[in-house]
Design a protein around this ligand. Structure first.
Ligand code: ATP
Ligand code: MG
Length: 168
């Protein structure tokens, strides 16, 4: 059984990691959609798709989950989004998501969906982690160690602080 899970992963954090470990118990392979793939260098989306793929690959290296990370650019047409996704990904049988729009679109297309349990959503959220990076607060505890290494390699915190600044 092959499953699909999608997020923006700005950055990939311990909430994502934990959900993927849980999903991994029920499936053979996981297709991970890296959403808003065309976006980078902006406050809500500081990291490129390639950088996010690195975060995912290095984080999941300590699991035995076979996965394919596939970049998915945004399209402005929800009605054809499922075909757009399935045309770019290995075939999958089931979708794991908590996003109501994603669940609605896949269900309408007749694809099985499941809602994975949240993992300390109050603590593990991309928005919160980016805010901490900008504020110069501790963020490393919220992401897998491998993600800290990737962000250090690309000097990601400096980038985020820069692009979140104003020109005034
Ligand atoms: P942002 O605040 O930037 O939206 P996020 O933490 O919501 O970041 P996304 O990349 O938007 O991360 O999330 C991808 C998917 O992972 C979403 O469907 C979201 O519901 C889920 N997710 C995010 N955080 C957690 C968590 N702590 N536990 C379980 N699922 C989570
Ligand atoms: Mg989100």
């Amino acid at each position: 059984k092959r499953a699909f899970y999608i997020g923006r992963f700005q950055p990939f954090h311990k909430g994502h990691y934990s959900v993927i470990k849980t999903i991994g118990k029920d499936i053979d392979e996981l297709v991970i959609g890296v959403g808003s793939a065309q976006r980078s260098h902006e406050t809500p989306n500081p990291f490129t798709a390639g950088e996010r793929i690195m975060m995912i690959r290095h984080s999941l290296a300590d699991t035995d989950i076979k996965h394919y990370a596939v970049p998915i650019d945004d399209i402005q047409q929800n009605a054809v989004w499922v075909s757009y996704v399935t045309a770019r990904t290995p075939p999958f049988d089931i979708v794991y998501s908590n996003n109501p729009l994603i669940l609605e679109l896949f269900e309408e297309a007749g694809i099985e969906t499941k809602q994975p349990p949240m993992y300390h959503r109050d603590k593990y959220s991309g928005t919160l982690i980016r805010e901490k990076m900008i504020a110069g607060e501790d963020w490393e505890q919220f992401v897998p160690e491998a993600v800290t290494e990737v962000i250090e390699e690309i000097d990601g915190v400096r980038r985020l602080k820069n692009v979140s600044g104003s020109d005034q």
